[in-house]
Write a protein that binds this ligand. Structure first.
Ligand SMILES: C[S@@+](CC[C@H](N)C(=O)[O-])C[C@H]1O[C@@H](n2cnc3c(N)ncnc32)[C@H](O)[C@@H]1O
Length: 822
């Protein structure tokens, strides 16, 4: 969006003023330093993006691009017209949203460019669908990607070429290279986006190369070719052939239609279903393969869907799926050490609250102990950094993507451990996990076995022994629950001291050789951290770095970090707020939920209380965050309290859900530096029904901190119109601007209006019917008999990489909702 500063003061009409002003106030409060005018421009842009975002990418991009070109008066006029359609264009869904969309598209239609002889990118129509699905489902860098992409496409003009049946995108390359290629972050976003498209396109049965084709005219020469080659991911190359006028260009391209498959219809899921229906969720490898194949055959016969295990040897493809175990849903083990038979077990116990709590506490404990010191610690002066001369078997070198960080408590899989036998204790050669910050060593014991242990820091070892060979080491085995204590121990020193077991450090003389290199790394790392480089790769930090950090202000529990109170979003209920400054890239915690299969959730919880509002989809499971009555766990003295359940949604939020390395682990990660007092927002994902949100009745207050049973519960049936509500809630917020912790506060709210979404229900019924083996076959038949229902489910198809999603289908209407009152 062009941020042209205009001196002229703009007169706003009454309606416009009424709509804009509270939003401007909110915006200014969140983004200090903005002028009124900038806030206004942003609000208009955000509103248009919200309205247009469900559209195919090309339409979206050209409309947004056009929006950037029109002047402020025209933008305001645009909003005025939107306000004629509905009083709250930024909140509307359903039919009226379509009206808004149509109006915007018509008004912001792309101008025809004279593109003769220009570089063109041909984008086949299906690419837009793929792109849309990527944009809707990708959570990792959704915003960055979308912004980068719109920066890119903003500089292009798109036109549909009916002869070729492609969209012609004319990029204005000089602008792009100035605006995009020079900005590394954005560029990464676009590359990532195209990489996603490539994956998704492949999984949908398209050939990516058929979807997009670049044509650089000869006069643009090598420079442009190089630029385009750099820009697009592998697989898209500007070939020499494309530089000349290829007569085949005029031939209508045939694009394979996508395979229509429901989300659950894949090999991993078949395996999961087979295991789920077995005693103890366990089967021998051969039996599991047989069970999954037979399930696949049955479902295929009933639904007409293609088989998941294909080819002449389906057993081989099933076997490969088990070996890959890409989603880590299975744990392999041997019942009898002397037998060759491998057994497979589900990596989690479905629908088991205690088990889920146990995992959650362990993960939280690890984050607080291992990650927070490095995230929140402040660099000390360099001279205080000590190197005690230990070997650090790190795969040094940036691992900037936290998802690919490797555990430092065991040696990274891809490094030196391949030469070593498995750890004598944990039987592992190392594993991936989200706790990348611990340096670890393997050492050979006298018996030739290998032990993994963490390096001591100067804190854990106040009198460091200058002779590393006589250094005592701690033994910490992540696989044997390093700290079974359910209360996270915020003091790493304490914990480590407890774990000392007197294992002798037998690290050889290579320590001295590594010392210099290590010191260099530490200095470089420190410099990057001091310069505020957000990409300073924490993953490569050895323990010694801890010595260079001032850890006095490191939080000790979630209570030091976040608090729950009334959200700044009108009628959204409670929200989560930062209690202190939070640095970018910090894992704050996990979204707690009891994992269960989707059909199980649909059967037990779907219509129960608010279960659908708080549950989250994780790959093949649903994480259910509510008790048996469908009430969220909001009580301190309840079985579990997870403050991240209170995080509200904003697609441009400051938090992101990331997959952890363990199954069902959803990390709540800061996407940027967050200031104390800011509300934390996250994007819930594409598959969420938001229809009932933001309505007057939705601002119900839930007790969470320090609630007691004695408190009086009252019901409120106030009715406030949408328009009143907006102003009113913002004013209410302003009154409370020293927003208090809800602890001890009297806040009232309104009843939530809930309307079940029929479409979504029928979709879920369809999925449930197939995935639930226990159900009778005629049910499956009736649900999957029609092609329509299969297509409906297919519309839900997701790339497995991007499906952490809030699983939000409104529960059936309830008569009254409790509202806290003192
Ligand atoms: C996971 S809960 C978030 C916590 C919730 N606000 C509360 O007080 O319990 C999700 C629910 O919060 C509300 N919500 C979240 N984001 C919202 C938004 N941007 N606007 C309105 N309501 C929102 C919706 O009712 C949604 O079903």
């Amino acid at each position: 969006m062009s941020g042209n500063s205009r001196k002229k003061k703009v007169e706003l009409s009454g309606t416009l003023k009424q709509w804009l002003e509270p939003r401007i106030r909110l915006k200014l409060r969140h983004q200090k330093g903005l002028t009124n005018e900038q806030a206004r421009v942003d609000i208009i842009k955000d509103t248009c993006i919200k309205i247009l975002s469900p559209l195919p990418l090309n339409v979206f991009a050209s409309a947004i691009s056009r929006l950037a070109q029109i002047d402020e008066m025209d933008r305001l006029y645009l909003i005025e017209r939107l306000l004629n359609i509905t009083p709250n264009p930024d909140m509307v869904t359903g039919e009226r949203a379509n009206d808004l969309r149509e109006f915007l598209v018509a008004t912001l239609s792309p101008s025809n460019a004279d593109a003769n002889g220009a570089t063109t990118i041909e984008v086949a129509p299906p690419l837009m669908d793929v792109a849309k699905s990527v944009l809707q489902q990708s959570h990792r860098d959704w915003i960055g990607t979308r912004e980068a992409l719109s920066t890119f496409l903003k500089e292009c003009t798109a036109k549909f070429n009916s002869e070729k049946n492609v969209y012609m995108v004319y990029p204005h390359l000089s602008d792009i290279s100035r605006k995009l290629f020079l900005e590394k972050e954005q560029r990464t976003g676009v590359e990532y986006f195209f990489a996603c498209i490539q994956n998704v396109a492949d999984s949908m049965g398209y050939k990516f190369k058929d979807l997009i084709k670049i044509d650089v005219p000869p006069r643009e020469g090598e420079k442009v070719k190089k630029l385009m080659n750099e820009f697009f991911p592998k697989g898209i190359r500007v070939e020499d052939d494309d530089c000349i006028n290829d007569p085949n260009n005029n031939v209508k391209r045939r694009i394979r239609p996508p395979l229509l498959r429901p989300r659950w219809h894949n090999q991993q899921h078949m395996m999961l279903l087979a295991l789920q229906n077995s005693p103890d969720y366990t089967l021998a490898r051969g039996d599991l393969i047989d069970a999954a194949i037979s399930l696949d055959e049955k479902l295929s016969a009933v639904t007409g869907l293609p088989r998941c295990f294909t080819g002449q040897t389906p057993r081989n493809s099933a076997s490969a799926c088990l070996t890959t175990n890409a989603d880590k849903y299975f744990t392999v083990f041997k019942k009898d050490p002397n037998s060759h038979t491998n057994y497979y077990k589900l990596s989690f116990i479905p629908n088991d609250l205690d088990d889920a709590i146990k995992h959650y506490r362990r993960w939280m404990n690890d984050i607080i102990e291992h990650d927070w010191p490095l995230c929140f610690g402040k660099p000390k002066k360099l001279k205080t950094v000590q190197n005690s001369g230990h070997i650090v078997m790190l795969s040094v070198g940036a691992v900037s993507n936290p998802l690919h960080s490797r555990c430092r408590r065991c040696v990274a899989e891809s490094s030196c451990d391949t030469k070593l036998p498995a750890c004598g204790k944990c039987k592992s050669r190392g594993h991936l996990c989200i706790y990348p910050f611990r340096a670890g060593v393997y050492e050979k014991t006298e018996r030739g076995k290998v032990k993994c242990s963490t390096l001591p820091t100067s804190q854990t070892n106040p009198n460091p022994n200058p002779n590393p060979n006589q250094n005592q080491n701690q033994n910490q085995n992540p696989h044997q629950n390093p700290n079974p204590n359910p209360n996270p121990n915020p003091n790493p020193n304490q914990n480590q001291n407890q774990n000392q077991n007197g294992v002798i450090d037998t690290r050889p003389a290579t320590a001295t050789r590594n010392k210099k290199k290590l010191q260099q790394q530490i200095v470089e790392q420190q410099k990057r951290m001091e310069s505020g480089d957000p990409d300073a790769c924490r993953a490569s930090l050895p323990d010694e770095i801890l010595d260079g950090l001032d850890l006095s202000n490191v939080p000790k529990s979630l209570d030091d970090v976040v608090e729950v109170r009334l959200s700044t979003i009108p009628n959204a209920g409670n929200g989560l707020f930062a209690k202190r400054n939070l640095p970018i890239g910090t894992p704050l915690g996990f979204y707690f939920g009891v994992p269960m299969m989707e059909d199980e959730f649909d059967e037990r919880k779907d219509k129960v209380g608010k279960a659908s509002h708080y549950s989250m989809r994780y790959k093949h499971t649903i994480l259910d965050a509510t008790d048996e009555k469908g009430e969220p766990f909001t009580k301190r003295d309840g079985p579990i309290f997870c403050p991240f359940h209170f995080m509200n949604e904003d697609p441009f939020g400051n938090m992101v859900f990331l997959e952890g390395s363990e199954v069902n682990q959803v990390i709540c990660w800061t996407k940027r530096d967050i200031k104390k007092g800011e509300e934390l927002f996250v994007y819930y994902g594409g598959d969420v029904d938001r229809e009932h949100w933001g309505q007057a009745e939705n601002s119900e207050q839930v007790n969470c901190v320090g609630d007691s049973e004695e408190e009086e519960i009252e019901f409120s049936d106030e009715n406030v119109t949408d328009e009143d509500e907006d102003e009113e809630s913002i004013d209410k917020y302003e009154e409370n601007s020293n927003a208090k912790n809800i602890d001890g506060n009297k806040i009232t709210g309104k009843k939530r209006r809930t309307t079940p979404n029929k479409n979504q229900r029928s979709k879920k019924r369809t999925k449930r019917a197939v995935s639930n083996k226990r159900k009778k076959s005629q049910v499956i038949e009736s649900e999957f008999g029609s092609e329509e229902s299969i297509e409906e489910a297919a519309a839900d198809d997701e790339s497995m990489d991007y499906n952490i999603n809030m699983y939000d289908t409104p529960p059936p209407p309830k008569k009254k909702k409790a509202v806290k009152k003192r």
